[in-house]
Design a protein around this ligand. Structure first.
Ligand SMILES: Nc1ncnc2c1ncn2[C@@H]1O[C@H](COP(=O)(O)OP(=O)(O)OP(=O)(O)O)[C@@H](O)[C@H]1O
Ligand SMILES: [Mg+2]
Length: 318
């Protein structure tokens, strides 16, 4: 990874054969099984709200992936320096679980860094200067807002509400409004296709397949972008409130820097149409989306590996 860059980039999903507990699929292949497999296969997402919720599944997934992409021997793994990234507000127990996962996998040298720190570096921001930068990472499980200066986090806040939450709310809304149940994959697709935060966004309608909850038969449902707005507007309003609460507690010198530099958005949730204007209209601070919002955390992690714990050495210049 340090020499080669990103070599595996797939969803953290793994599926097991119930009887033998052997892995049937991982990553994209397992993701396609969500809500579609039969009872002999269990499909597991080892991460929930940005942290490990199923240790055994997480270990199985990582072991499988490392073997598949690199065929690492246990000796190589044990000697590898490893960084794991997490939301900025995790409990000590959640941190310990990450370290324990590394140990269970035989990795001796493991350290934890915050995703927003890695994401800022991966987006090309020199966080090691005496300048304040605000990063907002809207991921699958969490939204994380932080201010960085001199190479570390000055203040941050996390809410466990982002992409997955929106997917779940879409399922509930469609069930209530149209009496049709759609699956997780369909709901995510519907979010990606129909989400638009622009004020005058045209209404778009797309037909999705689901199951009629009254008759139990398969049925199409026409979902409109206005339906999706009912969910995304309040969710992104909440994200704006989170940003404001962090700004309110940011020391004034750093506030001034943020005003000049603008806010950097990362994570899949920043790919939603109209997000820059949506935030600008509410807080009048310039906003830009990273060029690589889905990969900047992984890309930034390699810089953190280089200057582990040394906040004043700029790894971008090493
Ligand atoms: N174009 C898009 N519009 C809206 N949401 C999107 C888009 N593309 C991806 N997403 C959503 O982004 C989320 C994944 O983002 P990301 O990969 O940054 O999360 P993560 O790093 O896995 O999660 P976390 O940071 O919470 O641990 C998913 O919920 C996905 O549906
Ligand atoms: Mg993330």
């Amino acid at each position: 990874m340090e020499r080669r860059g990103i070599i595996f980039n797939e969803p953290s999903v793994v599926s097991f054969d119930y009887e033998s507990s052997r892995i049937v699929a991982a990553g994209l292949d397992a993701h396609q099984m969500v809500g579609k497999s039969h009872k002999k296969i269990s499909v597991v997402k080892p991460l929930k709200n940005g942290v490990i919720s199923d240790m055994e599944a997480a270990k199985a997934l990582l072991t499988y992936v490392l073997k598949k992409v690199d065929n690492l021997t246990s000796r190589e793994l044990s000697n590898a320096v490893t960084v794991m990234c997490c939301p900025s507000e995790v409990t000590p127990i959640e941190r310990d679980i990450m370290i324990e996962l590394g140990k269970k996998m035989g990795i001796r040298d493991i350290f934890i860094e915050e995703e927003i720190k890695a994401g800022a570096l991966g987006a090309g921001i020199d966080i090691f200067k005496s300048r304040g930068n605000m990063i907002v990472d809207i991921g699958g499980g969490t939204t994380d807002v932080g201010v960085l200066s001199f190479g570390d986090i000055v203040i941050s806040r996390t809410i466990r509400k982002s992409g997955n939450y929106i997917d779940g709310e879409i399922i509930k809304l469609i069930k209530k409004k149209y009496k049709i149940e759609i699956g997780e994959l369909t709901s995510e697709m519907c979010k990606i296709e129909l989400s638009d935060l622009r004020e005058n966004a045209p209404t778009v309608t797309v037909r999705y397949a689901g199951r009629d909850i009254v008759k139990g038969i398969p049925k199409y449902v026409e979902i409109s972008s206005d339906d999706i707005r009912e969910i995304i507007i309040p969710t992104y309003e909440e994200i704006v409130r989170l940003i404001m609460s962090v700004l309110k507690d940011t020391p004034p010198e750093l506030s001034a820097d943020i005003y000049q530099n603008g806010i950097l958005l990362t994570g899949g949730g920043s790919l939603i149409r109209g997000i820059e204007d949506f935030i600008w209209k509410r807080i009048q601070v310039p906003v830009r989306v990273a060029n690589n919002p889905l990969t900047c955390v992984a890309e930034g992690a390699k810089y953190l590996l280089k200057n582990r714990g040394d906040y004043l050495i700029n790894p971008l210049q090493l």
